[in-house]
Design a protein around this ligand. Structure first.
Ligand code: SF4
Length: 900
């Protein structure tokens, strides 16, 4: 446990996804931090997924950025702040306020976001502040604003449990929002009549829970929902009263929808007419429907139209804002919603006000007593980095995000950051792909060390509370921003001494001139002081002064919008939006590349990559490819695949699977320059974006794919991170006792023992360690293992001409078990379990380290037919439940095999 841990139990919030689970952090009693689900938090009621449960493994200071650095030299904070302020002031003086920009993050807390936005928009006088939430849900924001007049999420999590039909569109919620998936699975277990439909080109893990999977063609969602709108209207499913009293524009939307016949909708979506109609009929006859959606909808050139196509169907049926009804945008990041609320997007002002509305601009400027206020939108993420590349942005401050990995054309973005005259990066990590090309590095406090608030997907504001001191000289982001603002001469407007003061100011802004005209109203927090803020329980907005006066806070019933209309347009009516399907598929290279996430990693792995437990699930970048495509290209199971286009290349392990449609590929977005040799998939991604939201189409890039046969393949576990990795292909992940490495090369090294020693980091002083070697040069097979004087492993390396077959889980287990007897050392060299020493296989359940082999053995031997039975027999899936979909897949696999 890091020094200074407060031993009391601290209520805080998970820093990963938009579910926003409550967490209890306490002293585990063994020098570590115990993390458990908060049973009182309304998002999770004590549940956590694997990522949340492993947070305790991510708290060490190794690799942390501990001191400010300017051009590679450690400096004190005063010098660093002066350098940043001087760099921005000089650029603004010479080139104007629009020559500078901030690129911020859904990892920031609302208070950090608020002051960053206030500084850029109100004091620097530019709207060039955008956030990585642009990559995540900007299309939902734009769709909400077009239909509702405000960025309002109408429903709440209870709706998923109260619905009779849940339609998940472009959402692998089983992996990306696992606790909501658990809540949904439990609801379905109680009410098997609850139907779940998954709409996704890929048969993702979420299909295991679904009654119906519709593998539509990529970007055919508008055709699907236009067809549904038309079907609903023609079959008398519209709520005429709701439409008449609370909406505008149905005829135009219907006219647009009618341009696509049912047969055409089937053709455009690639579905059979029968399955299309099955879905339409199910939607028609089920009054309580929730349509949830996330990146598969948003990350598209037609993302905003997709959102409005979905909203149109809910408006037509009046299925909105009632228990068990409504469209539901799931946010990716922990505080994407908070960022939206305080104007973190370049096209909005704080408190859900519009940058292009003169009244809103005047209100915010007056409230802040600000010297300036931009009159037009700033640069959205992709445009912002294009402006950096073009030299129009000359000073850039990047906070808590890693655009050199996560932006489309990531190589070009990295080069643009490197070539920008002045770049500041605030981060918790010493080494990131972005920080490596910055001029100034500012050490930020991390999760567990900072105080503030976050807002989850259902508009619930929760506190993140510190339970650790910040290491070294790390500071909270809000403090760093305010110090720079003061150095720029605006100290009075940024004279906060604690985050509660920022929150109260933000709450006052939501109330200013509101009077029910804006959805976001936190006037119930106007009287809060530090003690109220400290004690605040999670609550949904709006939270009005009237509610506060009545003594309501977190105990209030779930809050919904729009059941009785009351939209935030001028006439308080919602707008149907006429949308048309995009014209044809993008052409070009033979494969369509889809990118996304894996179950146990988060974004560019700067936090989740610290956890050995999480690395057990997927330890290297991969490409999912259909068996027919693999056979045609000569891609073999566990072989390597190279993806290329004119933007870059990506080298990763092949996963041959029918989950993928022919002609389509899937690759995860997490790997970066610190964890893989060529695993930055966004380097290949095209910068196309939605014309309304500016969100990039991260799921739609053309690439070529080819087998990448290597001369050798390797797997290693080493006690120390290698200084350099002498291989063409490598992927590095944490293990309990060191690091595990997947390796490969196009040329066979001249001297394998020297290669192994270099990889193990053995120095001359360690020549006395036991160094075991076995080789069969004819077969290209070599094994090496090194042990210290006590018999503890220092490194083990397996090399073969084919992908190495050693059980990774077993090898890591042996490596982690400390001193090994002679027989165990030889077994480790052989890469084979001793008798009675079972090989668990690849880890499926991260919580209890239960492997695939163990689950398959239990299912086969005990004839287990349900996930609950597997959990009872092996513990797998009995804690966080994130792996339950995969366990169901294994049960199905055994059942099918038995039937054949
Ligand atoms: Fe964190 Fe998992 Fe909850 Fe998301 S679902 S907030 S990652 S514990």
């Amino acid at each position: 446990m890091p020094d200074g841990l407060a031993l009391k139990k601290t209520r805080t919030t998970c820093p990963y996804c938009g579910v926003g689970c409550g967490i209890l952090a306490s002293d585990a009693g063994d020098g570590k931090v115990l993390v458990s689900g908060d049973p009182d938090h309304p998002a999770n009621f004590g549940r956590l997924c694997g990522k949340g449960a492993a947070l305790g493994e991510t708290l060490g200071v190794e690799g942390r950025l501990l001191h400010p650095q300017v051009y590679g030299r450690r400096v004190d904070w005063d010098s660093a702040i002066a350098t940043v302020a001087e760099g921005f002031a000089r650029t603004i003086a010479a080139h104007g306020p629009d020559s500078v920009a901030f690129y911020v993050s859904g990892q920031l807390l609302t208070e950090d976001y608020y002051v960053a936005n206030k500084l850029m928009k109100g004091f620097i006088g530019s709207a060039n502040i955008d956030t990585n939430s642009r990559l995540c849900m900007a299309s939902s924001v734009a769709g909400h604003r077009r239909a509702f007049g405000a960025d309002t999420v109408p429903g709440c999590y209870e709706d998923l449990e109260e619905a009779d039909l849940v339609v998940a569109v472009g959402s692998n919620y089983a992996w990306c929002h696992p606790v909501l998936s658990q809540r949904l699975a439990e609801a379905k277990a109680k009410r098997p009549e609850l139907r779940i439909v998954l709409i996704d080109p890929r048969r993702s893990a979420s299909a295991e829970l679904a009654d119906l999977h519709l593998p539509i063609k990529p970007d055919s969602d508008v055709a699907l929902f236009n067809g549904l709108l038309r079907w609903l209207e023609e079959n008398g499913c519209g709520d005429d009263d709701f439409v008449a009293q609370h909406t505008h524009g149905l005829e135009a939307a219907l006219a647009s929808a009618r341009e696509t016949s049912l047969g055409e909708a089937a053709r455009l979506t690639g579905l059979g007419l029968a399955e299309l109609l099955d879905f339409y009929r199910l939607f028609t006859v089920t009054p309580k429907v929730v349509t949830l959606y996330s990146q598969g909808v948003n990350q598209s050139e037609s993302g905003t139209d997709k959102v409005n196509a979905i909203l149109n169907c809910h408006l037509l049926t009046g299925r909105i804002g009632k228990p068990g009804c409504g469209p539901f945008s799931l946010t990716g990041q922990p505080n994407a919603m908070g960022g939206r609320e305080v104007g973190g997007l370049a096209n909005q002002l704080a408190a859900h006000m519009d940058i292009e509305n003169p009244g809103h601009r005047a209100l915010v400027q007056g409230f802040w007593q600000a010297p300036a206020m931009p009159e037009k939108q700033g640069l959205k993420a992709v445009d912002l980095f294009e402006a950096v590349a073009a030299g129009r942005i000359k000073a850039l401050w990047i906070m808590a995000t890693n655009p050199a990995v996560s932006l489309p054309e990531a190589d070009r973005v990295r080069a643009a950051i490197r070539d920008c005259p002045f770049v500041v990066v605030s981060d918790v990590e010493q080494r990131t792909d972005t920080g490596d090309v910055a001029d100034v590095l500012l050490p930020a406090a991390a999760w567990g060390e900072k105080d503030g608030t976050v807002t989850n997907s259902e508009r619930r504001i929760s506190r993140q509370r510190a339970f650790l001191p910040a290491p070294g000289e790390a500071r909270p982001d809000w403090k760093i921003i305010c110090d720079v603002a003061a150095a720029l001469g605006w100290g009075d407007a940024f004279a906060y001494t604690a985050p509660w003061q920022i929150f109260r100011e933000y709450a006052a802004l939501t109330a200013d001139g509101n009077g029910g005209t804006r959805d976001l109203d936190l006037s119930g927090c106007l009287e809060w002081d530090g003690a109220d803020y400290e004690a605040a329980a999670p609550f949904q907005w709006p939270f009005t002064a009237g509610e506060a006066a009545a003594g309501e806070t977190e105990a209030a019933a779930p809050k919904r919008f729009f059941a009785e209309g009351g939209f935030f347009t001028e006439d308080r009516r919602a707008r149907f939006v006429a949308v048309t399907p995009p014209a044809g598929e993008i052409g070009g290279l033979p494969f369509l590349l889809n990118t996304g996430r894996v179950r146990d990693q988060w974004h560019t792995m700067t936090r989740s990559g610290r956890s050995p437990r999480l690395a057990q699930h997927v330890a290297e970048p991969y490409v999912e490819i259909h068996p027919a495509d693999a056979a045609r290209l000569g891609v073999t199971p566990a072989g390597l695949v190279e993806l290329t286009n004119h933007r870059g290349s990506y080298l990763a392990r092949a996963v041959i699977t029918e989950r993928q449609q022919p002609g389509q590929l899937f690759a995860p977005m997490h790997w970066n320059g610190q964890t893989a040799s060529a695993g930055r998939i966004d380097a290949l991604v095209a910068p196309r974006r939605d014309p309304v939201s500016g969100q990039p189409a991260l799921k739609m890039t053309r690439v070529t794919a080819m087998a990448a046969p290597l001369a050798w393949y390797g797997f290693a576990v080493v006690a120390r991170r290698p200084a350099d990795i002498p291989a063409d292909y490598w992927a590095l992940a944490r293990s309990q006792a060191g690091f595990r490495l997947e390796l490969g090369g196009r040329q066979v090294p001249a001297d394998w023992p020297t290669f192994a020693r270099r990889l193990f980091g053995l120095t001359a002083a360690e020549e006395t360690v036991e160094f075991l070697a076995y080789g069969d040069s004819d077969k290209g097979s070599h094994r090496f293992a090194a042990f210290d004087a006590e018999g503890r492993p220092l490194g083990v390396l397996y090399v073969a001409a084919e992908p190495v077959a050693a059980s990774r889980a077993w090898v890591c287990q042996q490596f982690d078990s400390g001193t090994l007897e002679c027989g165990a050392r030889r077994a480790l060299l052989a890469g084979r379990a001793c008798e009675g020493d079972a090989d668990p296989g690849p880890i499926i359940c991260s919580c209890f380290a239960v492997g695939r082999n163990q689950i398959l053995a239990a299912v086969g031997a005990q004839k287990l037919t349900s996930v609950d039975c597997v959990s009872a027999a092996t513990s797998a899936g009995s804690n966080c439940g994130s792996c339950r979909a995969e366990i169901q897949g294994l049960i199905d696999h055994v059942t099918v095999e038995a039937a054949e």
